[in-house]
Design a protein around this ligand. Sequence first.
Ligand code: ASP
Length: 328
Amino acid sequence: MVVLRAGLAAVLFEVLQLAGTAFVAAQPAQRLEYAIVLHGGALDDPETMDRELRRQYEAGLGRALEIGKQVLATGGSSLDAVEQVIRSLEDDPTFNAGKGAVYNSEGGHELDASIMDGSNRACGAVAGVRTVKNPISLARLVMTRTRHVLLVADGAEKFAGEMEVPRVEPSYFDTDRQHKNWLEVRERQAKQGKKGTVGCVALDKRGNIAAGTSTGGLTNKKYGRVGDSPIVGAGTYADNATCGVSCTGTGEEFIRNAVAHDVSARMRFLKLPVAAAARQVVHEVLKPDDGALIALSSTGEIAAEFNTGGLARAAANSAGLLEVKLGK
Ligand code: ASP
């Protein structure tokens, strides 16, 4: 009971300390035992968000965080934490990944995902899949069961069949909310909407970092369009020597600027802490409203930067941090 109270006090202390900050933990002097940060996509303005949708976002992030934290606290690998967190977000219709994927210009869904192991820079990705229930798991199989990094469309579907991963009818990915979003974007001829992509970076007790990202892409995207999420170095990157990164936003800008790798490169060559590297890339390389990223250093320092109205995100670590946030 005493231990429980002490644990709770530590958590509250961390949460209070971090309330109102930019969700950037101070640089830990030593490596934390474990740490995890995840995102549910860049947001326009969390203050103007429908209250029920906001609640769903927070609940979904909280559930996924608990899953990842549990894996890490019990000695599981960062790769398992990342895969399980992203699977939970893919199964949640609130997010633009898996079940809640956006509609493309043809009224269908084409899903992208990637995962990377920071201990050896092994990586795997899939793009343009239409029947794979959890693209992040297929991406991991590309990493572990092939000598390739990226499989696309029909080839990726064929591989999914060989791996016997759960498949669904394309209509499984239909949701009223995303259908309405699609009709609105088409009606306004607006720029392609971005929201709700998911990602996760974890550091496990062995000091290994893993990162992953999964998305339905941009609403009303052209058939065959592939964004940054399955492109290693653009939407996802992990290297034990520096950090892990997962991005969200207008994918073309993230590919053009090799954003995820740039954060790692700034740490490696400029010797910047992860928070400064993330800040520079999001605010000096990218343009306002391009998007956001989460990053986690090899010592467990967490960064979350966005140049959009908000970023749905959550984080936890072995020192008691436990937080879900949508805005500043
Ligand atoms: N980055 C994703 C893409 O361009 C979209 C997003 O993050 O919302 O496909």
